[in-house]
Design a protein around this ligand. Structure first.
Ligand code: SF4
Ligand code: SF4
Ligand code: SF4
Length: 213
């Protein structure tokens, strides 16, 4: 029973997307809301060394926003393979982190530092959400999550942790697991899945109970 519970996403996961709107819209009036982004960063760096990208599939507000909001308007196409490549992801990671660091370093020591840093964080949230909505609606809901800098950081910190296990002798190759995977992974191939977000959808849908963590 305990093992089964771990194989499913959290009950609160579908409701977390609302925080994306609260920070992106409310942050225009209350820049302090931007500091919510720092909480997310902290959670990611605490969890990923033990659970890989579990945060992405269970606690990230934008991930929830993609799965339960963007999916309603998504054309549900294939995510371009190039976006999963570290050759694309690492420069994006360095560029975005560098740009944010640069903007914040220019603010420190000026008047209203707290508010201005909050504004930088809110702006980052708005820009990345806009990209996520644009890509998610035209391609697949989780397209942004294929190359999001925070997803890349989790993959680098703990991609091999808490791996999905496939019992080959039980699998009947029905591919139901692959149809529900929001990251469009090759679920029923017994290989290390560094970008698995541990959402548990494949586990729930498998008719042969061949998948578990
Ligand atoms: S990849 Fe980024 S946006 Fe997507 S769920 Fe993970 S941290 Fe959130
Ligand atoms: S859903 Fe289960 S049985 Fe079907 S292909 Fe996936 S792992 Fe195999
Ligand atoms: S393989 Fe896909 S569906 Fe299964 S837990 Fe990982 S991300 Fe979710």
């Amino acid at each position: 029973m305990g093992k089964r519970r771990l194989n499913k996403m959290l009950k609160i996961t579908p409701y977390l997307g609302i925080f994306v709107l609260i920070v992106s819209i409310g942050g225009l009036w209350y820049p302090a809301l931007g500091y919510f982004v720092l909480l997310i960063f902290a959670a990611i760096f605490l969890i990923s060394p033990f659970r890989g990208r579990w945060f992405c599939g269970n606690l990230c507000p934008r991930g929830s926003f993609a799965d339960f909001w963007i999916s309603k308007i998504s054309k549900k196409r294939k995510i371009p393979g190039i976006l999963r490549s570290l050759w694309v992801r690492l420069p994006i990671f360095l560029l975005m982190m560098g740009f944010m660091g640069y903007r914040i370093s220019n603010i420190i020591g000026t008047l209203n530092t707290f508010e201005k840093i909050g504004t930088v964080l809110v702006t980052m949230c708005i820009v990345t959400t806009a990209i996520a909505v644009l890509l998610g609606s035209n391609l697949s809901p989780r397209t942004w999550c294929s190359f999001c800098p925070m997803g890349t950081a989790q993959r680098l910190l703990g991609g091999k942790r808490y791996q999905l296990q496939l019992e080959n002798d039980k699998c009947i190759s029905c591919k139901k697991c692959e149809k529900v995977c929001p990251m469009q992974l090759k679920v029923c191939q017994n290989e290390t899945k560094l970008d698995c977000i541990k959402c548990g959808r494949c586990v729930s849908v498998c008719p042969k109970d061949a998948l578990h963590f």
